[in-house]
Design a protein around this ligand. Structure first.
Ligand SMILES: Nc1ncnc2c1ncn2[C@@H]1O[C@H](COP(=O)(O)OP(=O)(O)OP(=O)(O)O)[C@@H](O)[C@H]1O
Ligand SMILES: [Mg+2]
Length: 239
């Protein structure tokens, strides 16, 4: 693992008109048993602050792969990815994880909640990493859980919650540090219509009121139609 001093993060190049993120000619392939699998061929699009973009496409079309690159969890094989004025392509791991921790919230297909922790504690985890004191952390976690309709489940552990409730805890956790970018992979996949509407309300509110960019992968036409814009992935290409 490499460590870098904070000043080594490149100076962001921002202008009022520049989008929060831009990918250009992005490609990603994997090697499996010596064979090359091309998943993303040519992805080009941008997302502005305050905007909600839905990514749609068939199963296996590369949506989660693309989201992992946008979340700086994975590196592209080619092309460029500029996030918040920083070209991430050549960045070392330390700088990437700092950008990720400070600016990106995730709601994954799997919820990745900590099993032996309560909902309140799970939502507080990202704030522990950024040094928010305990009382403030708990107050903020409680407020977020109430906003996703889980004010009555603050002390439940993941195994005591339904799939949809766990998904809502994951959303509250993603919002806890007020990230500039929220990446959500099928956030409403496990939910009934009412909870699904609530999750989308939250994501849209985060974009409008907190000036965040939201990228949401979905198979649900009702979710996609609430987005400001739809990016479709077809055979690894955006359109
Ligand atoms: N680490 C990996 N190694 C090899 N192949 C991979 C890897 N990750 C993904 N793939 C392949 O890339 C393709 C796209 O996967 P991805 O998970 O991005 O699809 P998706 O569009 O999110 O599908 P779904 O809607 O089912 O979630 C799949 O065919 C998958 O097998
Ligand atoms: Mg996927």
């Amino acid at each position: 693992m490499s460590f870098e001093a904070p000043h080594l993060l490149p100076t962001p190049v921002r202008s009022p008109a520049s989008p929060l993120l831009r990918v250009e000619g992005l490609t990603r392939h994997f090697m499996v048993s010596g064979e090359r699998i091309d998943v993303l061929h040519d992805c080009t699009f941008d997302v502005a602050r305050g905007e909600v973009v839905a990514i749609i496409g068939q199963s296996g079309s590369g949506k989660s792969t693309l989201l992992n690159v946008l979340g700086l969890l994975d590196r592209p094989s080619g092309g460029s990815y500029v996030f918040d004025g920083v070209d991430t392509t050549g960045l070392r791991e330390g700088s990437r994880s700092r950008l990720r921790g400070d600016g990106i919230g995730f709601v994954f297909q799997q919820f990745h909640l900590l099993e032996r922790r309560t909902a309140l504690s799970n939502v507080g985890v990202p704030m522990v990493l950024s040094g928010v004191p305990l009382l403030r952390r708990r107050a903020r976690a409680k407020e977020l859980l109430e906003s996703v309709g889980l004010g009555h489940r603050l002390h439940s552990q993941p195994h005591q919650l339904s799939g949809g409730e766990q998904q809502r805890v994951a959303l509250a956790r993603a919002l806890s540090r007020d990230p500039a970018l929220i990446l959500a992979d099928e956030p409403t996949g496990a939910l009934d219509a009412a909870s699904s509407t609530m999750i989308m309300d939250q994501l849209i509110e985060q974009a409008r009121d907190h000036d965040a960019a939201v990228v949401v992968v979905t198979h649900d036409p009702k979710v996609a139609e609430r987005a400001d814009r739809i990016v479709e992935l077809v055979e690894g290409r955006t359109r």
